[in-house]
Design a binder for this molecule. Structure first.
Ligand SMILES: Nc1ncnc2c1ncn2[C@@H]1O[C@H](COP(=O)(O)OP(=O)(O)OP(=O)(O)O)[C@@H](O)[C@H]1O
Ligand SMILES: [Mg+2]
Length: 432
């Protein structure tokens, strides 16, 4: 049925597998008495300390909270071609090299294609046993027979449960597949990395219930044509969701970028419209270049293009700049870009965007021209600067790379003050 007879909505019906052994509930269980269980005080619960499985990829282990927890389910989402299969293959390769039992189940690629990828990866990627299979029952039987410690399912959208008639990847199918894999993984203590696709809108495809079902949701993001990719935890039952890892795709697979700040500062252009933002990626400070371009436009309304920051945030910053700092962009096009394809989702980026736009609009280089200007801070609607988390770590990171003094809410209480600190030379008044 396309339309629900109850509520009248279209395409809301989701197929469910019938419970095993006929109808659940009254008739089936009436004969056998249901036994109550005895609750146990938490202090008496036996919880042996199980060491985490180190994937050997430092950034991935950090985002996971110190490695994979045995028996846990991790959902790894990301847009096509971002490197999900590469990352999981490398992790399994390292684990196999460390003597762990691993299994790579692929419903997307043939064993030969997986081998082609593994050949360019470092470590023991070629030692990982692979299965190219899309039938859920076969995959579960294989897991039961092989009993790996760590298993990758690439991807959850390609597996098909025979009891359901829906196509693989449909809401009902994905839910059933994830549910049955979870049960087996918990029962047998298998750490499972589920790879999931991300839709155009940016949501993890398949039902949101998948996110509740798994222990950890990782998002691998970045743009395919850019070099840098970031791995973030959206949810983690065994660690913080504040951590992020930075990777770079290279011929030999994904390379961890431990010194991301050094690279971004080194690449900063020192031209009008460029400032360095002292951002926080979780608990780690990161210096990134924010660039702006203000150019005359024939379009009505003019363009406001934001890459790496939120569009609404840009609109707010432009409004505050015009209203409280005398920097109007009027009917010009404004482009703002965070270099390297990095995304900064924090209010601390406001000041960097404002300074970059003001610098571009006036056509003057921020700072003394020798070193990039570093800044951070949130913009209030009345033009004041508000403090953001971890000012000390941001300052320390900027100092480490020879940037300073850093323009921040402590040094400049308002946007006007920040502007006069960053852009000392005011341009001559233009003839109207
Ligand atoms: N020899 C190579 N050198 C550098 N980069 C490569 C090379 N081969 C592949 N890549 C990169 O690897 C990416 C594909 O990685 P991978 O197959 O892991 O992505 P994926 O996220 O699993 O994609 P899909 O959603 O299609 O499964 C390509 O986009 C390409 O940028
Ligand atoms: Mg893949």
């Amino acid at each position: 049925m396309g339309q629900c007879p109850g509520c009248g909505e279209w395409n809301t019906l989701v197929e469910e597998a019938p419970p095993p052994g006929g109808s659940r509930g009254s008739a089936g269980r009436a004969g056998s008495a249901v036994r109550a269980v005895t609750p146990v005080a938490l202090a008496e619960v036996q919880a042996p300390r199980i060491p985490r499985l180190k994937t050997g990829i430092g950034e991935l282990d950090r985002v996971l909270g110190g490695g994979l927890v045995p028996g846990s389910l991790v959902l790894l989402g990301g847009s096509p071609g971002i490197g999900k299969s590469t990352l999981t293959s490398m992790a399994l390769g390292n684990l196999a090299g460390a003597g762990r039992r691993t299994l790579y189940v692929s419903g997307e690629e043939s064993a030969a294609q997986i081998k082609l990828r593994a050949e360019r990866l470092p470590g023991a990627a070629l030692q990982v046993p692979v299965v190219a299979e899309t039938d859920l029952d076969t995959v579960l039987a294989t897991l039961e027979a092989e009993r790996p410690e760590v298993c990758v399912i690439d991807s959850v959208q390609t597996l098909h449960a025979a009891e359901l008639s829906g196509a693989a990847g449909s809401v009902g199918q994905v839910r059933e597949v994830a549910d049955r894999i979870t049960r087996l993984a918990k029962a047998r203590g298998i750490a499972v990395l589920l790879v999931g696709h991300v839709t155009k809108e940016g949501a993890l495809a398949g039902p949101r219930v998948l996110e509740h079902l798994v222990d950890c949701v990782l998002q691998f993001e970045g743009e395919r044509e850019r070099t840098y990719r970031t791995l973030r935890a959206l949810k983690n039952r065994f660690g913080s969701t504040n951590e992020a890892g930075v990777f770079e795709m290279a011929g030999g697979g994904l390379v961890e970028v431990a010194d991301a700040s050094a690279r971004f500062v080194g690449e900063a252009t020192r031209a009008p419209g460029s400032v360095v933002l002292a951002a926080m990626e979780g608990s780690r400070p990161l210096l990134v270049e924010v660039q702006a371009l203000v150019s005359p436009s024939e379009l009505v309304p003019p363009r406001r293009i934001a890459n790496g920051i939120d569009r609404n945030r840009l609109a707010l910053v432009l409004a505050v700049l015009g209203r409280h700092a005398g920097v109007g962009v009027g009917s010009a096009d404004v482009f703002v870009n965070v270099a390297g394809g990095v995304r900064v989702d924090e209010p601390g980026a406001d000041l960097a965007v404002a300074l970059a736009v003001a610098s571009a609009q006036r056509g003057v280089v921020a700072g003394d021209g020798a070193r990039p200007v570093a800044c951070f801070g949130e913009l209030g609607l009345s033009g004041e600067l508000r403090s953001v988390a971890h000012p000390d770590r941001r300052q320390a990171e900027a100092r480490k790379f020879g940037l300073g003094p850093v323009i921040c809410p402590d040094a400049a209480p308002t946007l006007r003050a920040a502007l006069s600190a960053a852009l000392p030379a005011r341009p001559r008044a233009r003839a109207a």
